[in-house]
Design a binder for this molecule. Structure first.
Ligand SMILES: [Zn+2]
Length: 333
């Protein structure tokens, strides 16, 4: 039923009050879905696409086709493919940005960059993962890609509070918190429409990246992700998931079960591999059976570390730093 996505710059009706559009991404994952919900006197945008000329052209075309103006911009989380055009849209159409508080400030911080601070902790992070000093230099050079695909962020926002309900026009949407993929991810569920706008929290076919990044290397995002995922297992099987990537699906509880299974397979494989001493780098092929470029490596390292931190916190692994500053992991007997 929803197996044919709308072409870029076009609108597909999910219902008369909810519209589906697609924006191109200059990545291996080549698209993001964005949605429009009927608001009072116009349409609320939910997620924006990256700030590229293609996406801005697509928005211009879409907005011309609508029967009312843009009323506000809602962003599920601060990743560039979701927030990229938010500044452009809010400024051009003079509307407010709606976002969770931690997401807004995380985006402002990333946009601002390092502000002259030394990146010794980033270097320590990659060294601990098991990269050579030359590779560490490579990975920690040329940061600041966020601002290249995100338009300047608005200086004011309206806070979305997880657990509360947001009224968009006549429809009321429950704001569901997701942790682990981003700091304070918001999904929107409308029981009356039987629709969940999921963001990246629950995706068909692919799983959202769950990473322990250099800003918080000891974090346990997989625990928090799986914990907040439980709410989605409670949604009705009939509910239509409108995801940020791939096509809409029903039976969210089944997809949640598949995602949990996927992570447990990774955890089991890592435990097995760590029967002999391993590093994050030596474990990458256990989790990713493909060649990884520099961009993918950034996510792969964080994802692998997230799984290891989960096992560490469960007391199933030991982690010892060797004389070179490299973390050595081993399964506990
Ligand atoms: Zn994301």
């Amino acid at each position: 039923m929803y197996s044919t996505p709308p072409a870029v710059g076009h609108v597909q009706h999910i219902t008369e009050n909810v519209l589906w559009c697609r924006m191109p991404l200059p990545l291996a994952l080549d698209h993001i879905n964005v949605y429009l919900v009927r608001d009072n006197h116009g349409w609320a945008i939910i997620d924006c696409g990256m700030a590229t000329s293609e996406t801005i052209a697509a928005w211009t075309s879409i907005i011309e086709q609508l029967d009312g103006p843009i009323t506000r911009v809602i962003v599920t989380h601060m990743h560039p493919d979701h927030i990229g055009c938010a500044g452009y849209l809010t400024q051009t159409y003079r509307v407010d940005l709606y976002m969770a508080q931690t997401e807004y400030y995380a985006a402002r911080a990333l946009y601002a960059g390092n502000q002259g601070a030394d990146n010794w902790q980033d270097r320590r992070y990659y060294r601990a993962a098991g990269f050579s000093p030359e590779q560490v230099t490579l990975f920690t050079q040329g940061k600041g890609g966020f601002g290249k695909v995100v338009s300047p962020l608005p200086l004011s926002f309206v806070r979305l509070v997880p657990g509360e309900t947001l009224l968009i026009g006549q429809s009321s949407w429950q704001l569901i918190l997701g942790l682990g993929h981003s700091p304070e991810h918001i999904s929107l569920f409308n029981p009356e429409f039987d629709i969940c706008i999921g963001g990246d929290q629950v995706l068909p076919k692919i799983t959202p990246n769950i990473g322990a990044y250099s800003t918080q290397p000891q974090s346990n995002p997989l625990y928090y992700y799986l914990h907040t995922l439980e709410q989605f297992a409670q949604l009705p099987q009939s509910t239509l998931l409108l995801p940020s990537h791939k096509n809409p699906i029903r039976d969210i509880p089944n997809r949640v079960a598949e995602i949990i299974h996927h992570h447990h397979i990774h955890l089991d494989n890592l435990m097995q591999a760590c029967l002999s001493q391993q590093t994050v780098v030596s474990l990458l092929p256990v989790m990713f059976q493909r060649q990884l470029g520099k961009h993918q490596m950034f996510f792969a390292v964080a994802e692998c570390l997230a799984h290891l931190n989960y096992l560490l916190e469960q007391d199933k692994l030991t982690c010892v730093k060797d004389n070179y500053g490299v973390n050595q992991y081993q399964t506990k007997p």
